[in-house]
Ligand binder design. Structure first.
Ligand code: PBG
Length: 339
């Protein structure tokens, strides 16, 4: 039979779907109405790099928009942040003088204690969190003490206890150990309680992977290890069960909040931790995640605000209650500006 004489085969009409998910995506008002996730400003923690000495703030070249502030500028800055709607800061210090043990990290008049006092005086409503580590204070740049070429654990915990205590004495609300030493949370809890600071909370950097995404931070903090790397104490990013063990242990040691880091590579951990633990969960959107978005936006490859909102939103969706982000001030500005 010639082609044109063949009876036309009818395709059955596609069944009309009863369930049409697009109905609630039709208008902006409907989308806003059913949106499941919100990134509230009150959940964001803004990291601040504080340096010794005087003079102005110094730009961190790998992190456009991020600066290292001299202690003298921290008070006025804290007031501005509070006015902008920021609720919480995470303080990182730098050594006036580095040594083998990193002793400037627990000096009473060190950069972080001075900065804590300045923030508390200028903006008492801010929640003040301090990073507790030795890497910016040791000549070798490791997060603990080095003996015979190796980072030793228990003696490092004892030093971290001193650091946390110096921060608590200055008035920190929360201390955040990031050195990944075994037992650092209980060592810190014990040091604080012994000195009568049982009200100071501990935010444990529980799941901290050895990561390519800390690069820009190490420029800001001048904390690149002089030899080797951090894989002997930070976690292998391939491991998730081990991350949950870290969290379980920190919770048992008395941590008040748990944190995962880097953020975007730990979404699975947030979701699993949310089911498993009752403690508040934080995620740290680290320097490399910040630099990546900044660089792509500067190259015109993506729209910065949309990319930031989407990544922070994903962290909330995965289960983060709190988010440390260098974009916190931008989020505050955007919320003032509106959509
Ligand atoms: C200190 C510390 C680091 C970060 C937070 N605390 C660096 C590291 O472990 O090398 C990284 C934060 C960031 O990249 O934004 N141990």
């Amino acid at each position: 039979m010639p082609e044109r004489d063949r009876p036309r085969r009818r395709t059955a009409p596609a069944p009309s779907p009863t369930i049409r998910l697009r109905r609630l995506r039709r208008t902006e008002a409907l989308r806003e109405w059913v949106a499941e996730t919100e990134v509230e400003l009150r959940r964001l923690i803004y990291p601040l790099f504080v340096r010794p000495g005087r003079g102005g703030s110094e730009a961190v070249s790998s992190m456009p928009g991020v600066f290292r502030y001299p202690v003298g500028e921290v008070g006025p800055l804290a007031r501005r942040l509070a006015d902008e709607g920021i609720r919480s800061v995470l303080l990182f210090g730098a050594a006036r003088r580095k040594d083998d043990e990193g002793s400037d990290a627990w000096a009473r008049d060190g950069v972080v204690p001075e900065a804590v006092r300045a923030v508390k005086r200028a903006a008492p409503s801010l929640v003040v969190v301090t990073d507790v580590c030795l890497c910016a204070y040791t000549v070798h740049g490791h997060c603990g003490l080095v003996r015979n070429g190796a980072v030793v654990n228990d003696a490092s915990c004892e030093r971290l206890g001193r650091v946390a205590l110096a921060h608590a004495r200055a008035g920190a609300d929360v201390v955040a150990p990031s050195a990944m030493m075994d037992g650092q949370v209980s060592a810190i809890r014990a040091a604080l309680d012994r000195a009568g600071h049982e009200e100071t909370a501990v935010l444990a950097y529980s799941s901290k992977h050895a990561s390519a995404f800390y690069g820009p931070f190490r420029e800001a903090e001048d904390s690149t290890p002089a030899f080797g790397d951090r894989r002997g104490y930070q976690m292998d990013w391939r491991n998730a069960r081990e991350a949950l063990r870290e969290m379980e242990r920190d919770a048992a040691e008395g941590a008040d909040l748990l944190m995962v880091k880097p953020a975007l590579t730990s979404l699975d951990l947030l979701t699993r931790a949310r089911k498993r633990f009752l403690l508040p969960l934080a995620a740290y959107q680290v320097s490399g995640e910040y630099a990546m978005i900044k660089a792509a936006a500067a190259a015109g490859a993506l729209e910065e605000r949309a990319a930031v909102e989407e990544t922070l939103g994903a962290l909330r969706r995965a289960g983060a209650d709190l988010i440390v982000t260098y974009f916190a001030r931008d989020v505050a500005r955007w919320s003032r500006e509106g959509r």
